[in-house]
Write a protein that binds this ligand. Sequence first.
Ligand code: URP
Ligand code: ZN
Ligand code: ZN
Length: 463
Amino acid sequence: MSILIQGGRVVTAADDYFADVFIEGEKVHSIGKDLKVNADRVIDARGKLVIPGGIDPHTHLDMPFGGTTSADDFESGTIAAAFGGTTSLVDFAIQSRGESTLKGLDTWHAKAEGKASIDYAFHMIITDMPDERLPEMQKLADAGVTSYKLFMAYPGVLYVDDGTLYRTFRQAGENKTRICMHAENGIVIDEIIKAAVKDGKLEPKYHAATRPTRMEAEGVHRAIAIAEVAGVPLHIVHLSCADALEQVKLGRMRGVDVQAETCPQYLFLDESFYEKPNFEGAKWVMTPALREKWNQDVLWQGLRLGHLALVATDHCPFCFKGQKELGRESFTKIPNGAPGVENRMTLLYQGVQKGHYDLNRFVEISSTAAARTFGMFPRKGTVAVGSDADIVVFDPDKRVTISVNNPETHHMKVDYSSYEGFEVTGYPDTVLSRGRVIVSKGKQETRGGGRFVKRALSGELLR
Ligand code: URP
Ligand code: ZN
Ligand code: ZN
């Protein structure tokens, strides 16, 4: 199958020019002005942007958490991602405490295989790492799992102590792999939560009140210090606030190999969402929590200036009915997480509209930086000869209202939208994954066919 994308404005993290893109099979074959080729299909991209498919390096599909399981599996989650212009995601496989990480990886392969419509990779969530298990980390790297998430939060569930952090960081550094850190002082936060519960403070808004930004900043500071001593590249996930970003800047200024991601929810939503009546605030119970609104300006600035490397969703959807409701009696029982994998690209494009950054930076933070950080570049994350034909023909003028009731914007298997009623300009028109048209003009053309991406080591290229 060959496809010619004709007359579009090709934008990568570095370039911006008008050209045709010719795809043969799964790869970009050639790019040039007025290409004279015979293609099986021609896509008219006049007036549209031709950009690399989005890469969301932080999703939780089919994930058991908080006594339930996230509502999107690899089938619905990857279809929703494609509708929103994302063509690769990096999900989190989980090691059950006391068990092999390799067993955890097998479990997640089984969840994804044959279901995904776009390509996917895995980080491994490490929940314990005694000395005798350390050699497994090399085996994970050999299997293409070249980054690991550890948690300073959720004591008794995913939390690991500083000794485990250091041991794992050192091994990851030696293996030329990367650490992803959920940085929040979960031990102190648990004490604050206990006191709140004792005082009868049980509504969703106390989720935010019990997780001060200072405790996120402390986690970021500690993670950076440990990574610096252990000698491993560090990626702070779901950074939510100015306090935490300050610590990233300080670490970078003294030369530590640390970078951070933020998420659309921290750019567009704030703690006032927890005040919604009838328990509705539970929809936005996520960790870290939504913050005071002024933090948003600092995060947008961080994206513009490069202090923040990229934007992921932390897509972890739980239905309001039957799942979020588990916490009606106490916010401590509300499953943490919110949907967003379908909304990320258009929301980030609003940053261009509002003048926060230019088109190249939009492509970088939505695709290229994730590909580079997580060992998928240049196969993914750019439009270039020889790269996978993961391409979005993006209509910069299309206006839509994001809503759970709008069939154009909601394919996630969850009964609410985090961004209900948001009016956005700029939306994907056609979405290709390795040369297959997955979505065109709001219609799904292809189902399945997504493949596992065996990622390269930190700093290496994936051809
Ligand atoms: O609330 C969140 N973020 N849920 C998913 C788990 C995590 O911490 O990333
Ligand atoms: Zn986390
Ligand atoms: Zn997460």
